[in-house]
Design a protein around this ligand. Structure first.
Ligand code: F6P
Length: 549
């Protein structure tokens, strides 16, 4: 920490960073490694069971010092503590942000407005425990007396991505005689695909919606109820439909007994809700003991985030490096590359987490932000991506920072595949960083006795500029505990970036306009309905749809 970083303004720190960038933009990553044999040791550390190597980045000690000074000048530590204390930091909605309370140990206290909210949290967890155990053991039966075999979660956004991603990620821990399905899209094709082959008598529907008003979820929940009632009776609905929501009134109006409702609270944001009753499918899938390990893994990361110095604080370091690129190198996207097939949905999960949280253009006070904010988050499981879009990473015109994520120990016995997976993961970050000079290409081609004419023609095509940055995150193994820590790591990374940009990371007003217009257009799609005022494109498309119906 430089002497007065807490007394200087974020603008001063940014201008110091801008000056530093003048040099940093010319650094070659390969030279940084060649000139410092200890670089890996200096720019890597372990936290909450995760290991982060951030050495393949355009940073040196001064960069980290300037970036952490910037974070201090933005009062990161004070704002972090305010979140954990339960202050209403989601100012546009007047709400506290307390997903971290959901993963507190059962005996911890979390006093908000004079009340220990952990008592409510633990009592919902106890209900989840009882219910999930009943489904897993078969003591909870469908209307014909058979046990439940298929669980369909109906929800969207945070009420879908968390359960879907975690159930996939923890596949080896899932009870084998239970099948999980995730119906999210308001698209009949999705309904048909997901309900196809299911038997109403052995199917449980979990209707998951914080608000219980989301159009997609409500339409799909009604479709599921109609499908069920073709065989089951209204009186047996309670054995087959449960709800997870904050809105008891709407749950009752839908026809679900509120005894079968698992509540959560308005201080849990949708994209931060996997730790709440929204995690019910996961608890059923992996059992309560594993679900508690999942919460404990996240709690370990919370502690690290609260206690570690900023220079050795994993979410802080991830956030500072990502923001360094976005703000100064003007990178426009960030690739998430999990080299673990079970994490295939993790990039999609992070899309909502980062882009819905920090895809904003005004500060908390509503003033325009003059720098780029959240980048585009994208990605898929490696090695598949290597045979699809990695070409662009290596030789395209944009530099795209990558987070490689892998596990040192697999949950399978295919040793050769595991070694090949790790080799590919490590090779990609090395290739991106080091590249291949024209001279090296020439030497290779000459060694293969290629004619000079061919060498000249291909030199530019086979050249890799390199100097492309990445982080590598290593998990010992993908388990409930390490997955919990991994998700919490990115949650806090998003929080830190929100502080740096002075964004409210916990609202999502940007999704509202489309919802309102969709409702208007929905009524206009009816054949006789009057079509309101639209541009010619939108009116033309509505007319096309009406002609086709
Ligand atoms: O439309 C965005 C959003 O509000 C997300 O933030 C949320 O996760 C999703 O919709 C689903 O909302 P709900 O759980 O209320 O159905």
């Amino acid at each position: 920490m430089s002497k007065h970083s807490q007394d200087t303004s974020p603008a001063d720190q940014l201008s110091a960073l801008a000056t530093h960038y003048e040099q940093a933009q010319h650094w070659q990553l390969s030279t940084l490694f060649d000139s410092d044999s200890k670089r890996f040791d200096r720019f890597s550390f372990e936290a909450a069971g995760l290991f982060l190597d951030f050495s393949k980045n355009h940073i040196n000690d001064q960069t980290i010092s300037l970036l952490t000074d910037w974070a201090r000048a933005c009062q990161l530590e004070e704002q972090r503590d305010a979140m954990f204390r339960g202050e209403a930091i989601n100012t546009t909605e007047g709400r506290a942000v307390l997903h971290t309370a959901l993963r507190l140990p059962s005996n911890a206290k979390c006093i908000v407005d004079g009340k220990d909210i952990n008592q409510d949290i633990q009592s919902v967890l106890a209900r989840i425990d009882t219910f999930s155990a009943a489904i897993r053991s078969g003591s909870w039966q469908g209307y014909s007396g058979k046990r439940i075999t298929d669980i369909v979660n109906i929800g969207i956004g945070g009420s879908d991505l968390g359960p879907a991603m975690t159930c996939a990620a923890l596949r080896p821990f899932v009870q084998t005689d239970l099948r999980f399905h995730f119906l999210s899209n308001v698209d009949g094709h999705d309904i048909d695909a997901k309900l196809n082959g299911l038997q109403p008598e052995t199917t449980l529907f979990i209707i998951a919606s914080k608000t219980f008003t989301t159009q997609e979820t409500m339409l799909n929940a009604h479709a599921a109820r109609d499908w069920f009632l073709q065989n089951g009776s209204l009186s047996s609905l309670a054995q087959h439909f449960v709800a997870v929501s904050t809105n008891a009134k709407a749950v009752a109006a839908f026809g679900i007994d509120t005894n079968n409702m698992f509540p959560f609270w308005d201080w849990v944001g949708g994209r931060y809700s996997i730790w709440s009753a929204i995690g019910l499918p996961l608890a059923i899938a992996i059992g309560m003991q594993h679900f508690r390990e999942f919460l404990a893994g996240a709690h370990a990361m919370d502690k690290h985030f609260q206690q570690a110095p900023l220079e050795r604080n994993m979410p802080v370091i991830l956030a500072l490096i990502a923001t360094w690129y976005r703000q100064f190198f003007q990178t426009s996207s960030q690739l998430i590359a999990p080299y673990h097939q079970d994490l295939q949905l993790f990039p999609t999960y992070l899309q909502q987490l980062e882009m819905e949280s920090n895809g904003k253009r005004v500060t908390r006070d509503g003033k325009a932000i003059n720098s780029p904010t959240a980048p585009i988050i994208w990605g898929s499981a490696g090695t598949n991506g290597q045979h699809a879009y990695f070409q662009l990473l290596h030789q395209g015109t944009d530099a795209i920072p990558v987070d490689f994520i892998t596990a040192l120990k697999p949950s399978h016995t295919h040793h050769q595949q595991h070694q090949a997976l790790l080799a590919n993961c490590f090779a990609q970050s090395e290739a991106l960083m080091r590249g291949k000079s024209e001279e090296e290409v020439r030497i290779d081609m000459q060694a293969q006795q290629q004619p000079e004419e061919k060498i000249s023609a291909l030199l530019a095509h086979k050249h890799f500029a390199g100097n492309r940055p990445s982080n590598t995150l290593l998990l010992e193994k993908l388990t409930p505990t390490s997955l919990g820590a991994l998700i919490a790591l990115y949650e806090h990374k998003v929080f830190v970036q929100g502080v740096l940009w002075d964004i409210n990371s916990f609202d999502q007003w940007g999704v509202e306009l489309g919802k309102i217009l969709a409702n208007r257009i929905l009524s206009e799609l009816e054949p006789q309905a009057e079509i309101g005022k639209h541009d010619s494109s939108t009116s033309g498309l509505i007319a096309k749809a009406r002609q086709a119906s």
